[in-house]
Ligand binder design. Structure first.
Ligand SMILES: Nc1ncnc2c1ncn2[C@@H]1O[C@H](COP(=O)(O)OP(=O)(O)OP(=O)(O)O)[C@@H](O)[C@H]1O
Length: 273
């Protein structure tokens, strides 16, 4: 199943937010979307999920314009976990995950033991089975975030769209969650802030800068010192390990004291910080 954006633009409040963005998500790949705050990552995710319509261009799910497919048909193929997703407060953790089964339920297909099995599995996957009976409003931000992922897994999509999926999680759960998602036989698009996570987990990375695509390719092609300086305004050193995985080291006043080769580059102090 392929998902593609073809020359999409999107505007809000009289400003063009996304400009002529084209990309195709290949079946089974993990595509990362990176870019500074306000560069358009969330906007692009919502267009790819079909919850916003482009001003021009088109988003195609298996070749068909996503806006012409019914919500239920889209939800069986594609799940979105939004950055600030909320769920009604008077439900338990398990009930929040059960919502993922909604696209499959109907008068002729009521809740079944198979739905229970899928929900139990999703709770186990995100390490939340032990809190299944807890009220939603008593859960921490990280626990809620893991449940949102579980809800999306329970939806059994072929494509998973994750908008900053790790932003509330401790480091163990950040790596655990990206590892878990990577292990699923799913096509994944994830907006990520941590460039080292992008380097470690993504097959390809798309870089957004002021609403335009400023790079698309494998991590080692895209994550260059020059591009990170241009897009994020920050100096880094990049080393590749034996497996070709980039390790990005941020150059701050503190690291510069320890690394003479970085002297003379633009630093936090030169940026006015
Ligand atoms: N409905 C809207 N009306 C006006 N401006 C909007 C609207 N939605 C988004 N924007 C603006 O579009 C730009 C891109 O927003 P978007 O949320 O897509 O960026 P982002 O890359 O996800 O940012 P962040 O890393 O901060 O989450 C921002 O400047 C934002 O203020």
């Amino acid at each position: 199943m392929t998902l593609s954006a073809e020359r999409v633009s999107w505007a809000a409040g009289g400003t063009e937010i996304l400009k002529d963005v084209s990309l195709t998500v290949e079946t089974g790949e993990f595509l990362g979307i990176i870019g500074p705050n306000g560069s358009g990552k969330t906007s692009l995710m919502s267009l790819l999920a079909g919850i916003r319509a482009p001003k021009s261009g088109s988003v195609l799910l298996d070749g068909a314009p996503i806006g012409l497919l019914g919500r239920r048909a889209v939800a069986r193929r594609l799940a979105l976990v939004e950055q600030q997703a909320e769920t009604g407060e008077r439900i338990t953790a398990r009930q929040a995950v059960e919502l993922g089964r909604t696209p499959y339920l109907g008068a002729l297909s009521p809740w079944s033991p198979e739905d229970d099995r899928i929900v139990d599995g999703a709770l186990e996957d995100v390490d939340m089975a032990y809190l299944a009976g807890r009220s939603w409003h008593t859960l921490s931000g990280g626990e809620r975030q893991r449940l949102h992922i579980a809800r999306a897994l329970a939806q059994q999509p072929e494509i998973l769209l994750l908008d900053e999926p790790t932003n509330h999680l401790d480091i163990g759960h950040q790596i655990g969650l990206l590892d878990l998602v990577r292990q699923q036989e799913l096509t994944v698009v994830a907006a990520l802030h941590d460039l080292n996570h992008a380097a470690l987990f993504c097959d390809r990375i798309a870089v957004l800068q002021e609403g335009r695509l400023a790079g698309l390719g494998e991590p080692r092609e895209v994550l260059t010192e020059e591009r990170i300086r241009t897009v994020f305004g920050f100096d880094v050193e990049i080393e590749q390990d034996d497996g070709g995985i980039c390790n990005i080291r941020f150059l701050t006043r503190r690291t510069q004291k320890r690394a003479p080769r970085a002297q003379g580059r633009r630093t936090l102090s030169a940026m006015g910080a």
